[in-house]
Design a protein around this ligand. Sequence first.
Ligand SMILES: *Cc1c(COP(=O)(O)O)cnc(C)c1O
Length: 224
Amino acid sequence: MSIASKIEEIKNSIPKNVKLIAVSKTKPAEDIMEAYNSGYRIFGENKPQELKEKYNTLPKDIEWHMIGHLQTNKVKYIAPFVHLIHAVESIKLLTTINKEAEKNNRIIDVLLQIYIAKEESKFGLSKEELITLLESEEFNSHKNIRVVGLMGMATFTNDSSIVRNEFKYLKQIFEFTKEKYFSNQDSFKEISMGMSDDYKLAIEEGSTIIRVGSSIFGSRNYNS
Ligand SMILES: *Cc1c(COP(=O)(O)O)cnc(C)c1O
């Protein structure tokens, strides 16, 4: 099946209010253009330099999402154009994004990443760390970032009950955070959870943004 028809198939199988991000990391511009020419405009990357290069060479009406772990010294590459930064998990990173956003005269939307998996290798804030961050003076002084929701990555396992419980937990933290800190901000409404293997489960548990790569573009080859 073509890239365009895979996107079409996934879009037709998910609710209208769930946003599908086509994760094009490691894939060439031709693959993105195939999706683009079929009308698709929302893509995600996890490496700032790769994202910047693709932004420079591809059509400017693409909505670019930075989905992976981001180092502070690389924020400058994407600050001029990025639509949403998904995986923010420290006050230091937030402060850098705020500074770069200010330089570019923009307000940058971000999601805070919550640690929901049982894997050491995954990033994210615990609920306690999230509370500390949201109540800190430093966070509340930032004028050029807008937190529009939370993001999480489930454990890599075939056991769907584990994955489902992790998504449920993220949804719970979202509800708590919404009520306690963002009850008067309609823009705080996103839960970015779900990838190729688990997006159906994630949607059942309340996801509003899914990040799907290999089910659209095929498997990735990191050695080439
Ligand atoms: C690569 C990646 C995805 C997409 O993964 P697939 O399993 O290929 O759908 C989603 N989210 C993040 C953060 C990623 O790095």
